[in-house]
Design a protein around this ligand. Structure first.
Ligand code: KG4
Ligand code: ZN
Length: 358
């Protein structure tokens, strides 16, 4: 059976729309359009929520036109409309949600509210050879750093997390203190190519357990950010030039090492030999290469989300919606709102029509 969805993503600073189709057991992205606001937020060094909402509002109608044009589809060929409903910036989420719900009413189509992290996880299903549960997912984005055990389709258990900054947030903060533009990840990656990753040794944050020892699969990036800041201050106080490329490369190296080491350790300890990597930071080449190299030493199968679907996009939201549709999940209530915070393992509640969770 063929299913086609129109999906919208507005949880942060990318306005995105996509049309995705499921046919003969595989997903096809028929159109995927993204209007990035990064340049505008760069002036302020980070995302300004009010500006983000306004840009979503202005841009979304044109993006919807564009995906219909590119895919050659029209509303008569669409089976459902999806939008990200949590977590994210509330004002931004509202724009996608109200657009999707209004269109679903007008065209008499089911509406599916999608959890943003379920979207990121679904980006790996766009691989030619997608992973099949059980598998572990290292999800590394601007808002989250988690290791998630997917025991069965749509069944999630978090087995590792950051206790402070997310990995992407660390990239953004370190970029800022090095005088590099927002978003920090791509800026650090670009300049780090010319740096020596061994020139500085920065700490791999460990999280202590109350009774002694460490949480083996958890992360902490705030100490790393402070260590970089101290290093920059020391060099400045000596009146020397800041070796930005070397600091960027050393920082990128330690983040990649810690993400790779702990997620692979988690796979080995739990006897799960498939490891998936998704989210904005998963676009990082040093991280991708290190992951492939280390996993092959332990005979773990690695699934790296396609680079184009690592950072926020609506194709991954459409894919998640199709997984829900195909697995027989009922659509969301038209009363479903949006939420800044919502746990991934609660996402079944988004399809509870009698009393939606928010
Ligand atoms: O998944 P995403 O687009 O949005 C969230 O859901 O948060 O992730 C954005 C984050 C930003 O912090 C950005 O700096 C980081 O992903 N990022 C990267 C790269 N591209 C984006 N970090 C490292 N290397 C990259 N190439
Ligand atoms: Zn995201």
């Amino acid at each position: 059976m063929m299913h086609t969805v129109l999906a919208l993503e507005t949880s942060c600073d990318e306005t995105a729309a996509a049309i995705v189709q499921f046919e003969a057991e595989s997903f096809q992205v028929l159109a995927n359009c993204i209007a990035s606001q990064a340049n505008e937020h760069a002036k302020w060094g980070g995302v300004v929520p009010e500006i983000a909402s306004r840009r979503h509002l202005e841009t979304m109608p044109f993006l919807i036109d564009e995906v219909f044009q590119k895919s050659g589809k029209n509303f008569s060929k669409i089976d459902a409309i999806a939008s990200t409903v949590a977590p994210g910036l509330t004002g931004s989420l509202l724009i996608g949600s109200v657009t999707a719900r209004t269109l679903s009413r007008l065209h008499n189509l089911p509406f599916l509210g999608i959890h943003h992290l379920e979207g990121h996880l679904s980006s790996a299903l766009l691989l030619e050879n997608p992973p099949i549960p059980p598998y572990l997912v290292l999800l590394v984005s601007g808002g989250h750093t988690e290791i998630i055990h997917v025991q069965r389709n749509l069944q999630y258990r978090r087995v590792g997390r950051s206790h402070d900054d997310a990995a992407g947030e660390a990239f953004d903060k370190v970029a800022r203190l090095l005088g590099l533009p927002y978003p920090g990840g791509p800026a650090i990656e670009k300049i780090a190519i010319n740096g020596d990753p061994k020139s500085f040794s920065f700490p791999k944050g460990k999280v202590s357990k109350p009774g002694g020892g460490f949480y083996l699969y958890d992360f902490s990036f705030s100490g790393l950010k402070t260590a970089v800041l101290r290093q920059v201050e020391t060099i400045k106080s000596l009146g020397d030039l800041i070796p930005i490329a070397n600091i960027a490369a050393s920082f990128e190296q330690v983040v990649a090492e810690v993400l790779v080491e702990r997620s692979i350790q988690c796979s080995v300890d739990n006897g799960i030999n498939s490891l998936v990597m998704v989210g904005g930071v998963a676009a990082n080449n040093r991280l991708r290469e290190m992951m492939l190299q280390e996993a092959s030493k332990k005979s773990i199968n690695i699934y790296l989300a396609p680079k184009a679907f690592c950072t926020d996009n609506a194709a991954m939201i459409g894919t998640a919606a199709l997984v829900r549709l195909v697995s027989g999940t009922t659509p969301s209530s038209i009363d479903l709102g949006v939420s800044a915070r919502f746990q991934l393992d609660q996402s079944d509640l988004l399809y509870q029509t009698a009393s939606p969770p928010f």
